[in-house]
Design a protein around this ligand. Sequence first.
Ligand code: SF4
Length: 244
Amino acid sequence: MKKDNINRVEEVLKQSSRKFPEITGTWNPVIGCLHNCLYCWARRYAARLSKMGVEPYASRGFQPTFIAERLRRRFSKNSFIFVSDMGDLFGEWVPDRWISRVLDKVRMTPQTLFLLLTKNPQRYLELGDLPDNVVLGATIESNRDYPSLSNAPPQSQRIEAMKKIEHDHKAIVVEPILDFDLEEFTRDVKELSPSFIYIGYDNYGFNLPEPPLQKTSQLIQRMLEFTDVRLGTIREAWNVKTDY
Ligand code: SF4
C-alpha cells in the first residue's frame, strides 16, 4: 500500500476507539444478486421497496443493475462506507466494467474508507489490482459447507480464496452464523488474518442450522485472541431448549 494512503486509512482508524471505525453509510451503485440465499434480507427489502414504487426496485426488482448516476455521490472525509449492501458486487454475473467503474470512483475518493463484502471472494483474486482504501470483506457463515441454503460458492472455497488474498485490511462476516467446528473455524479465520470479524445470528426467523450459544461464545473468545470482534444479534439457537 502506498504511504500516503496508509496515512489516510490510519487517520480514519484513529477516529474510533476501536481498531476499526463503525460503518457510517451505505452506497449502492450496483444492486441485485443471483446467489439466492434462503435467508437473504436484501431480496425481501427490495421486494418491499418495489411494492412501494421505489426505483430502481420497482422496475428491476432484485435483478443485477448498475446505477451510473450513483457514481456522482460525494462522500465526507473519513467516513466508512459499505458498498452494495443491496446485492453482491462481486458475483460471477457482474460485468468487469461495472466493477471497474465502482473501483475507479473508490480510487478517486482516497480520504474515505470503503467496505466491500461478497460471498465470491475468488473474484477479488481474479481482479488483482484493488484500491488501497478498501477493506476486503467476505461473508463466511461457518467453516462447513451448506449447499442447500445458497447458490453462492461454498464456505470452504471462500475461506481458501480469502487466505490467498494479500491486502492490508480484510474482514469476515459470520452472519447469519451456521453451526461450525470450533477448532477448524478458528484456525481458518486466524490464518486469513482479518482486521475485524462480525458475528451474529439470523434476525429473521429462518430456523437455520445454528450453533448453540455456548459454542458461539467460545468462538468469540477464541477470535478475540487475535482480532477485533463486532457483535450483531447474539442469542440462543432457536432449537435449543432453555429453562428461562
Ligand atoms: S449473497 Fe447476500 S445479497 Fe446475495 S442472495 Fe445471498 S444474502 Fe442476498
